[in-house]
Design a protein around this ligand. Structure first.
Ligand SMILES: [Zn+2]
Ligand SMILES: [Zn+2]
Length: 464
């Protein structure tokens, strides 16, 4: 029996998660994510499928984030017509996120065409119809229940505690020489609001593929983050200001709604209006409402409030005209809008309208990538261009560090320890080069002798 694994994404970098597992003439793909970052480099990686999708038996998806799911429509566009396995919440999130991804690509391309800057590398990867086709191929399975995938391979999803529906993928290949592969997907954190704590697989593992995003760094706790949030809301509300929060539509936005709900209920912040101005965030919140079975029922707010997201202070804005009405909004108020790094989306319009008023506050609650508007604002730049126009930032700029859906260094180690082991061999993926080396070191310290950091496109024989 020959079994091998080839790393076609998130190898030597964070994004583009995609690993091909082959055995006895079968092949399954673990994730099929989008490469993000430098436009030209990512475009080249995204456009190229290094394997024949028609030869695959199945795709096993870990979670809905675009860097894990974003190229599934490209498979569908290239005659892939077998099952894409996912948890039910992941499927429901993808039903909004994949068509949205196609739509963003199409409108970005139109905008570049209008500016005369469109090249072959900026063409959309797929259409909305391809995205819908990918969702149609999705077959959902709950956590903890093994299901047959292809040949003698079965999979069990375990709760990764990262975002709603996120899973660690446990793969069991039967036969004369059984082989057990664990793919971590993205690993979450203990004590995150709403969703449950990570509860990974247990016992001996032949091959571990593990994410390394924050292997170098610990995060602040989410309790500190909430205290910090209360302090900022009180300060800005007292001067009648508006708080502008660029936020990822999935996960972070719901976490903020939850934290503000909790704080207002406890009278730790004043009762001020909160606007969630992002059609995708509104849809993602609807998926949260559909999956209360995934909530962490040890949390007080979840035990006492069944209408977690339908809070009287929160207004969900879908319609573009309603969004425009927020231009003349008077404080105190909070606006939460995508995108998370203020690169595009409705937050850019709100920033353009409100940054020149010193009563207001730009509150950054997520990672701000290099070269993004969010990062320039965070770094203290006062004169910035927003939607092509110059603006002077008079508003306060604040950052809260404790909101992260990813395990930090100590949490990654805890997750590895709780596996129990022994682990025969491990591959570190989904990290910047330094983080990958840090993860390699953690695994070695935990007694794993053979720890690899694979390169893009590298193949390893396993289980022989
Ligand atoms: Zn993720
Ligand atoms: Zn990821």
């Amino acid at each position: 029996m020959s079994t091998s694994i080839t790393f076609w994404g998130a190898a030597g970098q964070v994004t583009g998660s995609c690993h091909l597992l082959e055995w006895n003439g079968h092949g399954v793909l673990l994730d099929c994510g989008m490469f993000q970052g430098k436009r030209d480099e990512s475009a080249a990686l995204n456009a190229k499928l290094s394997f024949d999708p028609r030869q695959l038996d199945a795709v096993i998806l870990s979670h809905a984030h675009i860097d894990h799911s974003g190229r599934l429509p490209l498979l569908a566009a290239n005659q892939y017509n077998k099952a894409i396995f996912a948890t039910s919440a992941t499927r429901d999130l993808c039903a909004s996120m994949l068509p949205d991804s196609a739509h963003i690509q199409e409108s970005d391309f139109k905008w570049l065409q209008k500016k005369g800057r469109a090249g072959p590398s900026s063409a959309p990867l797929y259409t909305v119809a391809d995205a819908v086709k990918a969702v149609e191929l999705m077959e959902s399975h709950p956590y903890e229940r093994p299901f047959a995938v292809a040949g003698d391979l079965t999979v069990t999803y375990r709760d990764a505690g990262h975002i709603l529906g996120s899973a660690n993928v446990e793969v069991q290949i039967a036969g004369t020489k059984p082989h057990r592969v664990v793919f971590s997907g993205d690993i979450g954190r203990w004590g995150q609001p709403i969703i449950r704590d990570p509860s990974g697989p247990r016992g001996a593992i032949d091959t571990l593929i593990i994410e390394s995003t924050y292997a170098l760094k610990n995060h602040d706790t989410s309790t500190h983050a909430t205290d910090h949030l209360a302090e900022i809301v009180n300060r800005v509300a007292a001067r009648q200001g508006i708080i502008l929060m660029p936020s990822f539509a999935l996960g972070r936005t719901q976490e903020l709604i939850y934290a503000l709900h909790e704080l207002a209920d406890a009278n730790r912040i004043p009762q001020i209006p909160i606007y969630v101005d992002s059609p995708l965030a509104v849809e993602a919140t609807a998926v949260f409402r559909l999956h209360p079975e995934l909530f962490d029922d040890t949390e007080a707010l979840i035990q006492t409030d069944s209408k977690l997201f339908d809070y009287h202070l929160v207004t969900y804005v879908r319609d573009v005209n309603e969004s425009k009405q927020l231009n003349s909004l008077n404080g105190p108020a909070i606006i939460i809008a995508a995108s998370g790094m203020a690169e595009n989306g409705r937050i850019t319009h709100h920033l353009a309208n409100h940054v020149e008023d010193s009563r207001n506050c730009i509150l950054l609650v997520g990672f701000q990538g290099q070269g993004t508007l969010g990062r320039r604002i965070q770094d203290g730049q006062k004169d910035v261009r927003i939607l092509g126009e110059p603006h002077h930032i008079a508003a306060e700029v604040a950052t809260i560090d404790g909101y992260s859906a990813h395990a930090g260094r100590d949490e990654l180690r805890r997750w590895v320890k709780e596996l129990g082991g022994p682990i025969q061999r491990a591959f570190c993926v989904h990290g910047e080069p330094e983080s990958l080396l840090a993860m390699q070191k953690i695994l070695q310290e935990e007694g794993v002798k053979d720890v690899q950091v694979p390169k893009h496109g590298e193949t390893f024989a396993i289980g022989s």
